[in-house]
Every structure is written in C-alpha cells, then in structure tokens.
Design a protein around this ligand. Structure first.
Ligand code: PMP
Length: 410
C-alpha cells in the first residue's frame, strides 16, 4: 500500500476545509491571557511577575520522593490501578480533620471529593449547576480561571466591586436582591487577583445577605493556608454550611504538578458532582493521591506551611518596600495579608497594556489586570506575583518597572 500519498492527501484536505462548526460555548469562552503571556516570559533573563507560580524552592522534593518510594514499595499495584471517583479515603479524612483543627469546621470525609486540582471543582460546579443564562455574582476584579471555566456554561456574570475588606456591601445587597443569582463565586482569602482578604465583619454581612436566598456560594479557598499576617478568619461555609460549596487545593501547600484539589459540598450537590466527575475522568490521579496521603501522614504540614508563609511574607515585603522606593506617589497598591499577589493601580496616562509592552523591553513581565474584568475595565491595573522571584530579582524588577512608569510621565 502506498501510504505516503494518502497522508499527504489527508493533510491537504484538512488545510483546505472550512473551520469546524465549534460549539456555541467556545465562542463565549476567553483564551487564557496568562498562558499567552507566560509563553513570552519563558526566557529566564526576564524577571517575571506575570504568572502565578508558587515558589519552587518550597516544594519538598525529597519528602515527596520518599513518600512515592514507599507507596511503590508497599502497595504499588493498587496505587497504579483504577480507583473510586470520590477519592482515597485517608486523604479525604486528612482534609476533614484539618478543617476541624484549623477552622473548627465540621465536614465529614463523605462530603469531600478529590479533584484534579481545584480548577476542576469549578468545571464540575459549572456542569452541575449552570444553565445558559444563569446569573453568577462574581468579584470585580474576578479570578480569570473561574471566568474562563464558567464561561463554557454560558452564564451571565454580575460583577460586584471589591473594596479593601471585601465586596462593596451595598452593591452586593442590591445585586443579590435584584438578580437572584444562582451562584456567588468568591475568594475571601487573598483574592486572586486583588490580594485582598475579606474582613470578619464583611464575611458575616455577606452571609447575612445571602441567608434565606436560593443563591449557592462557591467559596474558593486556594490561598487560605498562605495567610502570613493576622489570624485565619471563618469561611462563609461556617455561616451557611448547607448553602456553600467550599473548594481547596494542595497546589500551593504541596506541589501544583500533582494536580490535587478537593470540593466540599452539601450531600445533595455532592451526589451530582460525583456523577459529573465520573463522566469527566473517572477519578483523580490515584497515584498522586496515594503519594500525597503518605507524605501528609509522615511529614509535618504545619511546619512546612509555616516556612511557606514566612518566605512569602518576606517576598511580599521586599516587593512593597521596593515599590515604596521606586514608584511615584500616584501609583497605588494593595497590602496583601497572604497569597502570592500585589494589585497595582496605575496613574492616569499609564495604560496597563502599554506598561506591559514597555516593561517587557526592559526584561520585566507584568500582568495587565484587564482579563480579570468581565465587563471591561481594569485598563489601569496590574497584578504582580511575588512568590516566584528571589528578593534580589524582585527589587531589580520593581526598579526597572519604576523607570518604565517614569518614562510615561515625560
Ligand atoms: N482558584 C484560584 C483562586 C486560583 O488562583 C487557582 C490557581 N491559580 C485555582 C483556583 C486553581 O488551582 P489548582 O487547580 O492548581 O488547585
């Protein structure tokens, strides 16, 4: 058989075909702007504040390697088999126990589903709860990854501005009563991108407004363990347990490449999430779950998280100090109490996209805030990540950014 011409023919045919008729949802789903930018910043010469990578020095490679060796040696055949959709029970028990210990939350392991990173929780929630046209209340600015994944289910986003201590309460109240949203998606701890943490009072007020409504809260707690200033505050789940879906992640406290997250949901919702998860990928990577579980049994997670917090506090302080020295008074920024980001508001005459382009010429990558806005806006904002650069590079990068901003004033 002459295979070569057949292949050539196939390639030619593909090239001349019109685009496939993509599903309607693909027309409403934005490309991840961050992924596009990260492609530009892969060059190691560039000081990148654009991504959202945890500090690689804080991944306990030796500890994880040891746990992996133990799992392979003691139970390799089971660890490499198919497994249950809900996830490895000892890992779910560990998560439940930690909620009890850290936050006094009573969550049964049955109410926890292990997912492929916490990003998958958002996809499953979309599958189970969002019909086209459903209204979703979202923070403004809001997490780009949630905007992207929820967009697949064609909702209508209702953005609510964030103040320094949480959503603008008056706007929040009127959006809840005016739109009767299906979901309220929020990140009360070290919000991505703004870096703000809701105050205790604001959490209570938001919960009070949502009580006795049919709105389901999707509380994304990807950064709850990374708080380096002040004590942990109660999650919204504590106020409205039957109305809240809480998501969490091992990405920032263990290793993002293991792709392990979880969702805690009231049983009725959990049953549906399990069906959606089964249909989607049968179960999360079982080997990863077993290694994580073994690692958590044998290591001191509190001590490890303590090291992460101390390092991030230092990196954040370095960035803020450098900004105080290098940026003019008309630039303002958030004071993060945790997480991985500082949110910058630029002065008039410094469009974020132009700042991005000029900064890149000086080998510094910053992230314009625009894609975090579902309704336009953010053209004068930047998100800066401090967790993935050494203090020396943070200072150097901010000095270069200062020079770029000065050049706009000349
Ligand atoms: N939620 C938020 C707020 C995030 O910032 C991220 C990661 N950037 C995620 C969810 C998803 O993280 P993962 O899937 O690694 O748990």
């Amino acid at each position: 058989m002459d295979r070569k011409p057949t292949n050539v023919q196939k390639i030619t045919t593909r090239k001349t075909h019109p685009s496939p008729a993509f599903a309607r949802r693909m027309h409403t789903t934005p490309k991840s702007f961050i992924r596009e930018i990260l492609k530009v910043t892969e060059n190691p010469e560039i000081i990148s504040f654009a991504g959202g990578l945890p500090n690689p020095g804080l991944i306990d490679v030796e500890g994880l390697a040891q746990a992996a060796a133990e799992v392979f040696a003691s139970d390799g055949r089971t660890a490499l088999q198919y497994s249950t959709t809900e996830g490895y029970i000892p890992l779910r028990r560990f998560i439940a126990d930690r909620y009890k210990k850290r936050l006094g939350l009573e969550i049964s392991p049955d109410e926890i589903l292990i997912t492929n990173g916490s990003q998958q929780c958002l996809d499953l929630i979309g599958k189970v709860l969002i019909d086209p046209g459903d209204k979703i209340l979202i923070e403004r600015p809001g997490y780009l990854g949630a905007i992207q994944v929820f967009s697949l289910y064609e909702p209508v986003f209702i953005p609510v501005n964030l103040d320094a201590d949480g959503p603008d309460v008056a706007a929040f109240e009127s959006a809840v009563s005016g739109y009767d949203p299906k979901l309220f998606y929020c990140i009360p701890n070290s919000q991505n991108p703004s870096g703000i943490t809701y105050s205790a009072a604001c959490r209570k007020t938001c919960a009070g407004i949502l009580k006795n409504t049919s709105t389901i809260i999707v509380e994304d707690d990807a950064y709850g363990e990374l708080q380096f200033q002040g004590k942990s505050l109660p999650p919204l789940k504590k106020y409205l347990p039957d109305q809240t879906i809480l998501t969490g992640s091992f990405s920032k406290i263990m290793a993002p490449g293991m792709r392990l997250g979880w969702v805690c949901a009231p049983r009725e919702i959990m049953d549906q999430l399990v069906i959606a998860k089964q249909a989607s990928d049968l179960h999360s990577n079982y080997l990863s779950q077993r290694i994580a579980s073994c690692y958590l049994e044998e290591s001191d997670l509190d001590a490890h998280v303590g090291r992460i917090r101390a390092t991030y506090r230092e990196q954040a302080n370095t960035m803020i100090d450098a900004m105080q020295d290098a940026l003019s008074e008309d630039v303002s920024w958030s004071q993060p109490k945790g997480g991985m980001f500082v949110w910058v508001t630029l002065p008039v005459g410094c469009p974020a996209m132009d700042v991005f382009t000029e900064a890149l010429k000086k080998q510094v990558a910053v992230l314009p805030g625009i894609p975090f806005y579902v309704d336009g806006g953010g053209t004068d904002t930047l998100r800066l990540n401090f967790s993935n650069a050494t203090p020396a590079r943070i200072t150097e990068g901010i000095e270069r950014l200062g020079k770029v901003l000065q050049s706009f004033n000349q």
